[in-house]
Every structure is written in C-alpha cells, then in structure tokens.
Design a protein around this ligand. Sequence first.
Ligand code: 4NP
Length: 174
Amino acid sequence: METNKTLDLHEITTENPLKVCFVCLGNICRSPTAEGAFQHLVNREGLSAYIEVDSAGTGAYHVGEPANSKSRMIAERNGVKLQSRARKFEYEDLEYFDLVLAMDSENLDDLKHLDRKQLYRNKLYLMREFDPSPGNMEVPDPYYGGINGFEDVFDMVMRSCEALLDQIRPHIRM
Ligand code: 4NP
C-alpha cells in the first residue's frame, strides 16, 4: 500500500519497542478510536510486544472518562474495543513516545507549542499524512455532529492505521 509519508524509525525489538501515541482534543472520540484501531491491528499480527499504543488529549476537559458511547458503538460494530480512559498529553509524553500522531492541525499546533524547545519535531505527524485515500489532512471533530461523523472518523482512522503499520513493519526485527 502506498502512503504519503515515509518514516525514519529505529530498529524495533522487544527490548526497544516502538511507542505510538494518538492525540486529539478531548481524548474521548478520535484518538481513542485511533488507539483502539491500531491496537486491534497490532494484536491481530501478534506485534504487541513490539509496538506500544496509547492516546491522550491536548485538553483536560474529559480526563478519566471512557471513550464516547458513539465512538465505542461504531468501533465495536467493526470488531474494535475502545478501552482507554481520557488523559491529558504532557510534556514528558513528547520525550517518551517515538511517534505522536495528531488528529487535526489544531492538535498538531498545540503539540508544537508544547515542544517549545523544538526538540521533538521529528516525532510529530498528522494522522492523515498516512491516509492512502486522497482528501484533506484533518480527522474532523465528530463530537457535536451526528453518527455519520463518527463513522467517517472510524473509516479514515482505520485506513490510516493500516498504512501506518505497513510503514512500521519493515523496521521490526523479530
Ligand atoms: P475528541 O472530541 O477531541 O475527538 O475527543 C472532542 C470531545 C470533546 C470536546 C471536543 C472534542 N469538548 O469540547 O468537550
């Protein structure tokens, strides 16, 4: 599968796993969906010892909450269980994770602002930089809209996660 983005990654082993964090605003809709979708793919391929998956929000409005019920319903309909609890993305997360994937450009701007010394720019991406389907680069916030928005989020996030894993796989040393 062709993707828009090429990754420069370290050799991934069980001793040095790849750490991936998906980021949106509230950490209750988009980034938990991305975390669940990517974890699902990682588990399905038996790669959970090689790839660590998490999500967080740039805002703290929903800290401690489970994923939105519509997000969970759409995910479950697609065989994906969303188990995250909302947390805020912190400065230390920039250091800890190897890849930080923002859902929209506002999330990315907030992450760049947090990276005030510009030490971690090469870890920061937009999720849809990996989306093989042409379109805009945003995973739109579905929070105030109808169920279609949540379905669209699931579809664009899942195909982006598949393409992302295609990029990561060659770097895994079994
Ligand atoms: P998310 O969606 O960023 O995809 O989790 C949102 C959830 C809550 C709010 C905004 C976006 N909010 O303003 O409370």
